[in-house]
Every structure is written in structure tokens, then in C-alpha cells.
Design a protein around this ligand. Structure first.
Ligand SMILES: Cc1ncc(COP(=O)(O)O)c(C=O)c1O
Length: 364
């Protein structure tokens, strides 16, 4: 049986009565932007994350960009070289220049020591990413930010529900950005995102910033953009949210099963993870990665690469001034990493089928 790399059908099926009810309410009310579905979702999502406020926006890129704007960040912003290009795009969209730090080769997360070494006078903020659902070393990054008076904005676009040392991410900084891209642990059926904060004043300013600088009326009081999470997406997100804790657990079980099945597989290096990971992606380092992918494709097994090119080597981020060879761990990792299927509803026998195919490849 084919095994896709991601599959939304089980969650769509399981939550259907809820999203149908929300859609019926929405159509009855017929307010499609900034209505009661979004207001309810924002409260529910904030409560789920043990934070005071969530502000729904158009996508995760805008969530990071608006957080940078709200914090008044300008100049150079340090982030990891191994992330979705959109982390860098968000930094540029806020008028800042991205600069990149290397990763810890065991975890693929931003390396706090390397980040510290790359700070310059013009570095004003740090945007760590909780990559693959695994919290980065947030205590060390937060300490670095404090010591150098950097604004700390967390890219949690892949880490819905993850915590760090038992605390919610919002305990570590005033801005935590989420994406609801469809394949995320909490995804909608289009683009969506949110910024989560404990601070009422930050939340209030973000409500204006996402809505053209307005304050509920037709007057713009300051700089803003148009980036609002729409009502239709809120209907689905409200239906998926009650299933998130259980689906994160299912992802963890899938990851643990892969770990056990691949631990002694020659050619495969597992990444180090903590139990607080929400296992958005299951990524291994694989010898002859591209041939392995081809082999799995022929067996009907979907894979992905997150990500094939470190951000400092993207022509779009040339302004960072970093070149090939500057970030050796990220550069090497990008040639070796491969993401195996993980989604809630993936069965134990499907996981075994994937793991067995990987083992078969390395036995040949
Ligand atoms: C780590 C990371 N940051 C930022 C983003 C941007 O989110 P979006 O696609 O919703 O703009 C994504 C998702 O693609 C992501 O995975």
C-alpha cells in the first residue's frame, strides 16, 4: 500500500461534525472576516497554549514579520540556516536583514554557541526556530538574548503544543509565531497563522497591525498590513484544535516506533529529540540520501527534504553576506536529511513498512 508523506484525510473525517456546525454558524451569520469564529478560535488556541492572547493572521510568515514590527526591530536578525525559507522571508518583509547561525548536528536545532559567536553590533533580534516540532535550546537562546539585549521572537510554526522544560513557549518571549499551513500539526485548509503572547499591550498593538493599523473603524492610526485569519479557516481550526493533543501523541508514537526500528540500521543516523517534541516531522540523516528517496518512491513511500538548501546559500538572502563553507553543519545536513511519513492515523504496520523499506535499501 502506498504511504504518503502526509495525509489530512483522517483528521478531516474525525472532525467533520464540528467543522460542519461551525460553517453552518458562519453562513448563518455571514460575517466572513473578523467575526465570532476567529474570536472564539483565538481564545481557544491561547488557552490550549497556556497563554493569554492569540492573534490570528494570514500565515506564519506574517506572524513572524508582524512580531518583528510590533517589537520595533530593525537592522540584522539572527536565525538558523536550517529552516523553511519563510523564516528568512519574514525577516526581510519586516525591513530587516537576516543573518544565519549554524545548527547542532545531533538535533538540527540552532546552536546557541554558534549564534553567540555570530552576533554583531547591528544584530538586534534573534528568531530561533523549533524545527521539526522539537523545542530548540530555548533557555540558552533566551539567556543570549538577555545578555545582548536582543529581541527574542520564536518561530514555532512547526511546534504547536510543544513546551520547553514544562513551560509554554510564551513564558520565554513576548512573541511566539505559529503557522496553520495545512500539513502542520494544527493546520487549516489554506493559509493561516497566529502570534501568541502573554502581554496585553503587545496583543492590542498586533490587533491593529494585522488590520491596516486600524482600531476597529475606518481610520488607520499607524503602520499596518492586511493579514487577518479568515472566518472560514477559523471554523476548521476550531474543529481540529480539540484533537491536537491526541494527534501530537500519535505523532510521538510514530516517531518512537521509527526510532526503535531504525536504531541499528547501517546508513541511518537518528536525530536527538526530547519528549517535549511534537514530532511535526520525522527526519533522519541518511547515507546516499537521494538514492534512498528514489528507492522509497518506487515502493510508493512518500518522503520530503526539510530543507535541501541552507538559507545563507539562497540567492534571495545574499544580503546576509555568508557563503558556502561558513555554516558547515547546516550545509552537510542539507545533503543528508530526509523526512519519513508521519501523520496522525499512520498505522504501526505502515510505519513498519516504511522502516523495513529503509532497512532493505541499506542491506542491498
Ligand atoms: C519553520 C517555519 N517558519 C515559517 C513558516 C511560514 O509559515 P507560512 O507558510 O504559514 O507562511 C513555516 C511554514 O512553512 C515554517 O515551517
Amino acid at each position: 500500500m502506498p504511504v504518503p508523506v502526509a495525509n489530512l484525510r483522517p483528521i478531516l473525517r474525525a472532525s467533520r461534525p464540528a467543522w460542519e456546525a461551525h460553517l453552518a454558524q458562519l453562513f448563518e451569520r455571514s460575517q466572513f472576516i473578523l467575526g465570532e469564529q476567529l474570536a472564539s478560535f483565538e481564545k481557544e488556541f491561547a488557552a490550549f497554549l497556556d497563554a493569554a492572547h492569540a492573534i490570528g493572521v494570514g500565515n506564519g510568515t506574517d506572524a513572524i514579520g508582524l512580531a518583528l514590527r510590533e517589537a520595533g526591530v530593525s537592522g540584522e536578525v539572527l536565525t538558523t540556516a536550517l529552516t523553511a525559507p519563510f523564516t528568512g522571508v519574514a525577516i526581510t518583509s519586516a525591513g530587516c536583514t537576516p543573518r544565519f547561525a549554524d545548527v547542532n548536528p545531533e538535533t538540527m536545532q540552532i546552536d546557541p554557541d554558534d549564534a553567540g559567536n555570530r552576533l554583531r553590533k547591528k544584530t538586534t533580534a534573534v528568531v530561533p526556530v523549533h524545527l521539526y516540532g522539537q523545542p530548540c535550546e530555548l533557555d540558552r537562546i533566551a539567556a543570549l538574548a538577555r545578555a545582548h539585549r536582543l529581541t527574542l521572537i520564536q518561530d514555532a510554526c512547526q511546534a504547536h503544543g510543544a513546551t520547553f522544560q514544562g513551560k509554554p513557549f510564551s513564558a520565554f518571549s513576548a512573541h511566539v509565531a505559529y503557522s496553520f499551513y495545512p500539513t502542520k500539526n494544527l493546520g487549516c485548509l489554506g493559509d493561516g497563522g497566529a502570534i501568541v503572547t502573554r502581554k496585553a499591550a503587545v496583543a492590542k498593538r498586533l490587533l491593529g497591525l494585522r488590520d491596516g493599523g486600524r482600531n476597529g473603524g475606518q481610520v488607520s492610526y499607524g503602520p499596518g498590513i492586511n493579514s487577518r485569519l479568515d472566518e472560514m479557516q477559523a471554523c476548521y481550526l476550531r474543529a481540529f484544535l480539540p484533537l491536537l493533543a491526541a494527534s501530537n501523541d500519535q505523532r510521538r508514537q510514530v516517531a518512537a516506533r521509527y526510532d526503535a526500528a531504525l536504531a541499528d540500521c547501517k546508513g541511518v543516523r537518528l536525530l536527538r529529540r526530547t519528549p517535549e517534541s511534537v514530532c511535526h516531522l520525522y527526519v533522519i540523516r541518511a547515507a546516499r540520501r537521494d538514492r534512498l528517496r528514489q528507492f522509497l518512491t518506487e515502493k510508493g513511500i512518500g518522503t520530503g527534504i526539510h530543507y535541501p538548501v541552507p538559507l545563507h546559500l539562497h540567492p534571495g538572502f545574499a544580503a546576509c553576506g555568508q557563503k558556502r563553507g561558513d555554516l558547515p553543519h547546516a550545509e552537510k545536513a542539507c545533503k543528508e536529511i530526509v523526512s519519513l511519513p508521519v501523520w496522525p492515523g499512520l498505522t504501526a504496520s505502515e510505519v513498519d513498512q516504511v522502516a523495513e523499506a529503509v532497512r532493505e535499501f541499506y542491506k542491498r
